[in-house]
Design a protein around this ligand. Structure first.
Ligand code: ADP
Length: 251
């Protein structure tokens, strides 16, 4: 644990154990800096594409006097600027979490949160049904964090679903679980382990044209895991995607 110190060795065996511990620590350290290096590189790469696009569009606008074209170009610039802005928001939120800035846990009533999140879906989203056997389910989490998790899962589901989304809330064995099922194309098994990685996208084009950042599920996983909860992805009964998150129940 952070801040803990190993006792000084007094025997050969203890010295050996200490060396082993030290080596394990070095390996972990290398893994952490590898991950950090990869993340920084990926982030720079991701930020570069909207910036490059803004630049090209602005050049077009500056050199071409046609007002109709200018309108179109400005609207594209705005879209890219918004994308840049959500990327930065995501990066900042992950950085805060990486730095250990985690708000204290409080009891959050998840059934209400789910209904509110469904209300927040944009007009024209697929039909979304909430299914729960319990009137209330209190999780040990934080309010904004639960909203982030639900908004991201629902937004993804509505992006990919063909016609129907089902959100189930279950409370049992000291856990509060939310399961989001959609009837879209689903996620092939070989991608499932990676969809929670930062910037990972199953199909680059599909996500890009729908304005994704590739950070949504990484933030979901981070928000849930830092409370000791779990995230999982699998297949829904309709063959679409199933995302499942669970928190410890608040007492
Ligand atoms: P993005 O911002 O690209 O949506 P996410 O982290 O939210 O990033 O999701 C990562 C990738 O996982 C998406 O690009 C998409 O390929 C896939 N994905 C997420 N949710 C679903 C879903 N409900 N159905 C199918 N694919 C999904």
């Amino acid at each position: 644990p952070p801040g803990s110190r190993l006792p000084l060795p007094t025997s050969h065996d203890e010295l050996r154990a200490l060396a082993q511990e030290f080596n394990a620590l070095l390996v972990r350290q290398e893994e952490v800096s590898d991950r950090l290096r990869r993340f920084t590189g990926d982030a720079a790469h991701e930020l570069r594409s909207p910036v490059a696009s803004i630049r090209v569009q602005a050049e077009v606008a500056v050199t071409n006097p046609d007002p109709e074209l200018a309108q179109e170009t400005l609207s594209d610039i705005l879209t890219e600027a918004e994308r840049l802005s959500s990327l930065l928001d995501g990066l900042l939120s992950l950085a805060r979490s990486d730095a250990g800035e985690v708000p204290p846990a409080e009891p959050v009533e998840v059934v209400t949160e789910v209904r509110d999140a469904v209300e927040r879906l944009p007009a024209g989203a697929p039909e979304t049904r909430v299914s729960t056997a319990v009137p209330q389910a209190w999780a040990s989490a934080e309010h904004a964090e639960v909203q982030l998790v639900l908004d991201n899962l629902l937004r993804n589901a509505s992006r990919y679903a063909n016609g129907q989304i089902v959100v189930s809330v279950l409370a049992a064995r000291g856990l509060v679980r939310v399961v989001v099922d959609d009837d879209g194309p689903g996620i092939a098994p070989e991608h499932r382990a990676k969809v929670f990685d930062r910037f990972y996208r199953v199909s680059d084009d599909r996500a890009r044209t729908s304005g994704g950042t590739g950070l949504g599920l990484a933030m979901v996983a981070e928000a849930v895991r830092r409370r000791g909860g779990r995230v999982r992805v699998g297949e829904s009964p309709d063959g679409g995607a199933r995302f499942e998150v669970s928190w410890r129940a608040a007492r």
